[in-house]
Design a protein around this ligand. Structure first.
Ligand code: ATP
Ligand code: MG
Length: 652
């Protein structure tokens, strides 16, 4: 047997063809793949034409010093001008940019003309606070329009933003502020979560106090959202409504180099300490603009887009802020949780705002499956025409549920594989072109070069598993890890020569379609078989009683490692009896083979997840191997691990 990284076990046969009408009117047709492959750089040069350049670029790519890329060499542009001003100049000033829906039920629409005024006012205000091009600004806000305004205002000034999840602790905020030396923090008194005002400003105060004399922060700009009481230090704190609202709506955008830094975004921390990923201007915006147009088939005159991610995640950067606004899209921005005040809240918003393009994560879809089909069935979701998924592999069962219960069995699903590091979509079906298979990201988009390789870096054949790599640079690629070029080289470019290694396992099926198999760090080695977390988890989720599953490899005397599973049962499901556990173990053996049969299965109420909804398997591995639980600072809910550890200690 050749060692090709990861075994290929699952056999999914279902295929969904694009609807004929969509195929006929799609923005991107099948010929685009060949066109892009014939001359990749010319293709990206053409896509850069979606943007308005102040100074045209002379070369598409400078790759003379790999892995440090320069895209659109010599070109100059202003990112915010491209996302806002030019639409107003083109007569779209009255078009709604943002339909904001606050959790308590307040709503606010911002047209492109209003968005331009807000961005200009914020840019003037931030300038008054001493921020110049190249300075770093931390943004720690709830999902309110000011988050988008603040990001675009920074971009307009050439200031580098780093957005930190509103749900993160003061520790997480302090480490990010310190790492990128942010001079300004933009925050709010609080935001609404599950019906209550949840404070944010105190965490900023704590972070600054924690950093003490080492704190780089000179000012804190505070949006009043909830009206709750906050401490206010006149020396550094400034109210947004006092400074920004009083500022002028006139602001001249300056053109910056295509490689001018746009933002630093820290990765989710699923596999370890978050890395500060640096993105720059021209290439990043080009790929965000193109993929939004191509993957969501965005039609500016009729579509209403909604991405449910938080702006504190890269998905919120590329597919709430930069991709949609570069395309003059109308979109929904929602502040709260899916179950506040009721479990149909998202579907109600889709019905009210007539959303046509909807983008969310598998973790959310599995939650809705758990809550039951009858909830979405109460709402009119007939406006939807394309559904998207991002964050982890979508289990085939979840895909089929999503398509049927949300998409009325009519909408294509785009399963988009990408990372904080890649900046924009890399692998995905195209909704008007690809016959999609549930659970597969299918293949690289036009202009993107990806491969699945074995341990030696050679492409695997169809039906084989290995490692996902990117074989050519792409416009939205990270330029480095903030302040650490060596770590950038070591982390991504050292495993295989001349290739970017994403850290994910993948396989090609019999037709050459690519399936993501989970993190390489999480691959289990059972009696010499390299097993993927994704395939075993999907097998568990395919059992009608299981809502969610996570598997890890735990040391085992006989097999090297053994599969240990953690499952959440559906609300309608049976009790977690020994008999039921045996049924589930046998179900996995039947679905994908006896080698994958879990040694043990533990029924839990919740799984440890990052704020972006990804399962942190490394923490479960600590539990399964009876170790002290590792760094859990980016966990959404820190009490989850205590519950699981307590459950493990109970006699089996
Ligand atoms: P860290 O790098 O700190 O561990 P992270 O990898 O979770 O954090 P992100 O950049 O938010 O941080 O996530 C990217 C990862 O998410 C990918 O490497 C992949 O593992 C997973 N992923 C994203 N989209 C998909 C998808 N459509 N299918 C499969 N996996 C996906
Ligand atoms: Mg990662």
């Amino acid at each position: 047997m050749t060692q090709t990284g990861i075994d290929n076990l699952a056999k999914e046969q279902r295929v969904f063809e694009p609807p004929a009408e969509l195929a006929a009117s799609a923005n991107v047709k099948a010929d685009e793949y060949d066109r892009a492959a014939a001359d990749r750089l010319a293709f990206w040069g053409e896509q850069a034409g979606r943007l308005t350049w102040d100074t045209p670029f002379t070369d598409v790519l400078d790759w003379t010093n790999p892995p440090f890329a320069k895209w659109f060499v010599g070109g100059k542009l202003n990112v915010a001008y491209n996302c806002v001003d030019r639409h107003v100049e083109n007569g779209l000033g009255d078009k709604v940019a943002i339909h904001f829906v606050g959790e308590p039920g307040d709503t606010r629409d911002l047209t492109y003309a209003q968005l331009k005024d807000e961005v200009c006012k914020a840019a003037n205000a931030i300038t008054e606070l001493g921020i110049e091009a190249g300075d770093r600004v931390a943004i720690y806000l709830p999902m309110i329009p000011e988050a988008v305004v603040a990001m675009l205002a920074c971009a307009r000034l050439g200031a580098v933003h780093t957005v930190v999840f509103g749900g993160f602790s003061s520790d997480a905020l302090a480490s990010r502020v310190e790492d990128c030396e942010a001079k300004l923090v933009i925050t709010a008194d609080g935001g609404y979560r599950r019906g209550v005002g949840s404070a944010l400003k105190p965490a900023v105060d704590e972070a600054i106090a924690k950093l003490g004399d080492a704190s780089p922060v000179e000012n804190v700009l505070v949006v009043r959202r909830t009206g709750q009481e906050v401490a206010f230090d006149q020396n550094i704190d400034v109210w947004w409504h006092e400074l920004v609202d009083e500022s002028s709506t006139e602001h001249e955008p300056e053109a910056f180099d295509a490689e001018h830094p746009l933002y630093v975004m820290y990765t989710s921390g699923t596999t370890g300490k978050p890395k500060g990923i640096l993105h720059t201007s021209g290439g990043y915006l080009t790929q965000c603009a193109y993929t939004f147009h191509a993957v969501f088939d965005h039609k500016p005159d009729t579509d209403v887009f909604w991405c449910t991610a938080d702006v504190g995640w890269v998905t919120g950067h590329s597919y709430i802020v930069y991709g949609p606004t570069a395309n003059a899209a109308t979109q929904v921005l929602y502040e709260g949780t899916p179950d506040s005040p009721h479990k149909g809240r998202w579907w109600e918003i889709i019905q009210d705002k007539k959303v046509t393009l909807f983008y969310t994560a598998p973790t959310a879809i599995r939650t809705f499956m758990k809550w039951g089909d009858d909830i979405p069935a109460e709402f009119d979701l007939s406006t939807l025409r394309i559904l998207g998924s991002v964050g982890e592999s979508i289990n085939p069962e979840a895909y089929v549920w999503y398509r049927k219960n949300i998409g009325g069995d009519r909408t294509p699903i785009v399963d988009t594989w990408w990372q904080t590091e890649t900046g924009a979509h890399m692998l995905s079906p195209l909704p008007g072109v690809t016959a999609a298979k549930p659970g597969s990201a299918m293949g690289p988009l036009p202009g993107i070069s990806a491969e699945v390789v074995d341990d030696a870096g050679h492409p695997v054949g169809n039906g084989e598993g290995g490692y996902l790599v990117l074989t050519e640079p792409w416009p939205a690629m990270l330029r480095t890890i903030w302040g650490d070029d060596q770590r950038f080289k070591d982390t991504y470019w050292a495993r295989f020569p001349n290739m970017y290694f994403a850290g994910d396992g993948a396989k090609k099926d019999e037709d050459g379609a690519i399936w993501l198999l989970g993190r390489v760090d999480d691959v289990m080695n059972v009696s010499g078989h390299r097993l993927s977390t994704t395939e075993i988890e999907s097998a568990l989720v395919s059992h009608p009683t299981v809502a969610e599953a996570a598997v890890v490899g735990a040391t085992d005397d006989t097999t090297g490692q053994a599969v240990v599973a953690f499952v959440i049962l559906r609300e309608s499901a049976a009790e977690s009896t020994d008999e039921h556990i045996a049924t589930l173990r046998n179900h996995v053996a039947k679905e994908i083979g006896p080698i994958a049969k879990p040694r043990s299965i533990m029924v839990v109420q919740e799984l440890p997840k990052t704020r972006s909804g990804k399962i942190m398997r490394r923490l479960l591995r600590d539990v399964a191997e009876n170790r002290e639980v590792g760094d859990a600072t980016t966990l959404a809910d820190s009490s989850v691990m205590d519950l699981i550890t307590a459950g493990m200690k109970k006699p089996a």
